[in-house]
Design a protein around this ligand. Structure first.
Ligand code: PTJ
Length: 249
């Protein structure tokens, strides 16, 4: 591993890169996960590498949706496991919700590596390794899931998604919470609640909101959900980003 001095102005970003490269070398992250990470970095740079107020509000709405859910599931892929396994397990315990591994580049070996990583960070049960159903309308491996997990979930949290599964899950009537740094992506546009934030910051902040909102009853939580307008948030986010860009010149 390259020795990155803590004094380096890009320390956190460089350490995260090292983490994802190391995860790729052991098969946790797919090679194309590095490209996805690079795209994410660009948008994070534009956001100022911070949880902006619009994202914080989305994380609050996500927490409310998870607390209202009957069967909430967090779908974990390679990048999410590499960057935020510990945080995913903590969120799973706090809500509580189920963890299911779901990969675009699915192999038996990678499924086990990602599942082992979650167990290593304390997960008791991880779904996904024994798929028994298909998400209708999807022709690739992301369709494979477990009946008790994603298939029967009413709320699915999907960090770093590809857009067509998000749409397929919506078509099944599920509430989809997406974490995607790119507000222009199909996932961002198709999700019920889009969190434009880095998964590294988003998952712990959702957990923080879950702890804050846990004492509210379902009616109070549904007030938060009813006021959520995803389309408006995406428009406001684009305004925020363009204002930030304009201010730089
Ligand atoms: O592990 P697998 O096999 O399931 O493969 C996962 C990848 C990420 C390769 C696959 O889902 C993929 O190709 O994703 P996309 O279509 O490139 O989309 C990834 C999206 O996540 C992009 O819009 C990125 O901007 C965004 N993104 C990347 N890194 C982060 C992120 N969003 C939040 N936090 C990040 N750290």
């Amino acid at each position: 591993m390259t020795n990155i001095p803590k004094t380096h102005p890009r320390y956190l970003s460089l350490v995260t890169r090292e983490k994802i490269v190391k995860a790729m070398k052991i098969g946790l992250v797919h090679e194309t996960g590095l490209i996805a990470h690079g795209r994410g970095e660009t948008f994070d740079y534009l956001l100022g590498e911070q949880t902006v107020p619009l994202a914080d509000t989305a994380e609050k709405a996500a927490a409310a949706a998870l607390l209202c859910a009957k069967n909430p599931v967090l779908s974990v892929n390679g990048n999410a496991a590499a960057l935020a396994s510990k945080q995913c397990v903590l969120l799973a315990e706090t809500v509580p919700l189920k963890l299911e591994v779901n990969l675009f580049h699915r192999t038996k070996k990678r499924m086990k590596i990602v599942s082992d990583e979650l167990h290593h960070h304390g997960a008791q049960k991880v779904y996904g390794l024994n798929p028994d159903v298909h998400i209708p309308g999807l022709d690739h491996n992301r369709a494979l899931c477990e009946k008790e997990g994603i298939f029967s979930a009413d709320v699915v949290l999907v960090p770093l998604e590809d857009g067509d599964r998000c749409q397929a899950l919506r078509n099944m009537g599920k509430t989809v919470i997406a974490v995607d740094l790119n507000p222009l992506s199909r996932t961002a546009k198709n999700a019920s609640i889009t969190i434009v934030d880095n998964v590294v910051r988003a998952i712990p902040n959702i957990t923080k909101w879950v702890c804050t909102l846990k004492s509210l009853d379902k009616q109070e939580l549904s007030v938060i959900l009813k006021s959520w307008d995803n389309e408006k948030m995406l428009k406001d986010m684009m305004m925020f980003l363009s204002k930030r860009l304009n201010a730089l010149f």
